[in-house]
Design a protein around this ligand. Structure first.
Ligand code: NAP
Ligand code: HSE
Length: 428
C-alpha cells in the first residue's frame, strides 16, 4: 500500500512527539486511514546535534527546499515555531499543493486568515489543533461541537508555563524564577519565555479561540494583555485567604454582538471549576446560550500531549485526501467584529491599598467609589505588620473598566493612599 509521505519541520519537543506517536501507533493509524503514514524527511537547524530520540540520519535535512520540492511529500507538519520561516515554508508548501498541519499559535494568531485563504485557493488543508491548549481538542470542538449554539463566553487557562508557576507559588510557596526554570527544562515554555509570562502566548491563543467561538475575525491587537510577572506571593496569599485562586485567565465575552477579549492575572473563586486547574494543565470554559456551561480540560503543553493533537490533524488531512475533500474550509468568520469600549466592559475587582492609618481614611476611599458608581461587595481593613500603614482590601461588585480606571487615577492623587498595591479582576 502506498504510504502517505509527511515532511516534518522541527524535531524539538513537539516534533519528537510526532515521530514517536506515528511510530508507536502506526498500525492503528493505518487501520483508520487506509494507508501507512511515513515521516519521510525532517528539517532541523543542526543535523549533527545530539538527540534524545534516534531517528534515521538520512531523513534529516537543514534545507527546507528539499522537503518543499519533493513531489512525493503530500503533507507538511510545521513544528519548528517562529514566524517568518514558518510562514514562508507554509505558503510555499500550499503553492505546491501540499497540506499543512501546524502547532504554531504565533503564526496562526497573526497570519491565520491569510494562510487559510491561500490554502482554500489551492484546495489544501491547514489544520492547527495543537496551537491552542496542547492536547485538548478545543479547536475542533468550537468549530464542530458548538456549530449549533451561540457562544457568549470563553474563559481559558491556556498557558501551561504560567499555570505551572502560579500553582507552585500557591501550593508550595516556590519562588517565581525557580519554577520558571523548571518549566523551561520540562519543555513547556517558549524559546523566549517572556511571551509566556507576559501573557502574549495566552493572548495569541485567545485571539484564535474567540475568532472560532464568536465567528468574527479577532486579531491579536484586539486582546488586552497583562502577564504574571507583577504577581507577588502576598497577592496569592490574599487570594487564598478570600477564597480565590490566582490564575492567568483569558476571558472572551460577547453581549449583543459586542466583543471583549483580555488576558490577565485573575482571582478565580474556588467554587469555579477553573480554580482547580493546576500545574501544566489547561482548561477552556465555554458558555453557550443553549448548552450552558461546559469545560474542556487536559495537558496544555509537553511532547506527547501536543503531538497527539498534531497527529490527529494529520489523520484528518489523510482522511480528507481519501475522500477527495481537502481545502473545504470548515470555518470562515462571517460576523462583523465590534469591540466593546471600556464603558461596556464590566467585571468585579480586587484592590489592595496601603493607606495612612488614621480616622476618616476609609470614608474618603469609599466616597471615591460612590462618586464613580462602583458598588463595593466587601471591605476589610487590617494593620500592616511591616509598617505603620494599614492595608485595605476591597472587592467590588460588577463595575465598568472605565469607572475603575477613573477611581484608580483618583487614588493616585490622594495623600492618604501610600500605595495602590494590587488590582485584579475577579471571576466566579
Ligand atoms: P523546540 O523544542 O524549540 O523545537 C524546534 C525545532 O525546530 C528544533 O528541532 C529545531 O532544530 C527546529 N528549528 C527551529 N528553527 C529552525 C530553523 N530556522 N531551521 C531549521 N530548523 C529549525 O520547539 P517546540 O517546543 O517543539 O515547539 C514547536 C512549535 O509547537 C512552536 O510553534 C510552539 O509554539 C508549538 N507548541 C509547543 C508546545 C510545547 O509543549 N512545547 C505545545 C503547543 C504548541 P534543532 O533541533 O536542530 O535545534
Ligand atoms: N509555552 C506554551 C505553554 C506551550 O506554556 O502553554 C504550549 O502552547
Amino acid at each position: 500500500m502506498k504510504p502517505i509521505k509527511v515532511g516534518l519541520f522541527g524535531l524539538g519537543t513537539v516534533g519528537t512527539g510526532v515521530v514517536r506517536i506515528v511510530e508507536a501507533h502506526q498500525e492503528d493509524l493505518q487501520k483508520q486511514v487506509g494507508s501507512p503514514i511515513e515521516i519521510a524527511k525532517i528539517l532541523v537547524s543542526d543535523k549533527h546535534k545530539a538527540r534524545r530520540f534516534t531517528v534515521d540520519a538520512d531523513k534529516l535535512t537543514e534545507d527546507p527546499a528539499e522537503i518543499i520540492n519533493d513531489p512525493e511529500i503530500d503533507v507538511i507538519v510545521e513544528v519548528m515555531g517562529g514566524i517568518d520561516l514558518a510562514k514562508k515554508t507554509i505558503l510555499s508548501a500550499l503553492e505546491k499543493g501540499k497540506h499543512v498541519v501546524t502547532a504554531n499559535k504565533d503564526l496562526m494568531a497573526l497570519h491565520g486568515s491569510e494562510l487559510l485563504a491561500v490554502a482554500a485557493k489551492h484546495n489544501c488543508d491547514v489544520l492547527y489543533e495543537a496551537s491552542v491548549a496542547g492536547g485538548i481538542p478545543i479547536i475542533r470542538t468550537l468549530i464542530e461541537g458548538f456549530t449549533s449554539d451561540r457562544i457568549t463566553k470563553i474563559m481559558g487557562i491556556v498557558n501551561g508555563t504560567t499555570n505551572y508557576i502560579l500553582t507552585k507559588m500557591s501550593q508550595e510557596g516556590a519562588a517565581y524564577e525557580d519554577v520558571l526554570k523548571e518549566a523551561q527544562e520540562l519543555g513547556y515554555a517558549e524559546a523566549d519565555p517572556t511571551s509566556d509570562v507576559e501573557g502574549l502566548d495566552a493572548a495569541r491563543k485567545m485571539a484564535i479561540l474567540s475568532t472560532l467561538g464568536f465567528r468574527a475575525d479577532v486579531a491579536l491587537e484586539d486582546v488586552t494583555v497583562k502577564g504574571i510577572s507583577g504577581v507577588s506571593k502576598e497577592d496569592i496569599l490574599y487570594a487564598k485567604r478570600l477564597g480565590y485562586e490566582m490564575k492567568l485567565l483569558g476571558i472572551a465575552e460577547r453581549q449583543d454582538d459586542l466583543i471583549s477579549v483580555s488576558v490577565q492575572p485573575t482571582m478565580v473563586k474556588t467554587s469555579h471549576p477553573l480554580s482547580t486547574v493546576n500545574g501544566v494543565f489547561n482548561a477552556v470554559y465555554v458558555y453557550g446560550e443553549a448548552v450552558g456551561e461546559t469545560m474542556f480540560y487536559g495537558p496544555g503543553a509537553g511532547e506527547l500531549p501536543t503531538a497527539t493533537s498534531v497527529v490527529a490533524d494529520l489523520v484528518a488531512v489523510v482522511r480528507n485526501l481519501k475522500l477527495g475533500v481537502n481545502g473545504q474550509r470548515m470555518f470562515v468568520p462571517y460576523k462583523e467584529k465590534k469591540l466593546k469600549t471600556d464603558e461596556q466592559i464590566a467585571s468585579k475587582y480586587f484592590i489592595l491599598l496601603h493607606v495612612e492609618d488614621k480616622a476618616g481614611v476609609l470614608a474618603k476611599i469609599t466616597q471615591v467609589f460612590a462618586e464613580h458608581e462602583v458598588s463595593l461587595a466587601s471591605v476589610i481593613q487590617q494593620p500592616n505588620e511591616a509598617n505603620p500603614d494599614a492595608e485595605i482590601v476591597i472587592v467590588t461588585h460588577d463595575a465598568s473598566k472605565a469607572s475603575m480606571n477613573t477611581v484608580l487615577r483618583h487614588f493616585e492623587g490622594m495623600d492618604v493612599i501610600r500605595n495602590i498595591k494590587s488590582v485584579y479582576r475577579v471571576e466566579g
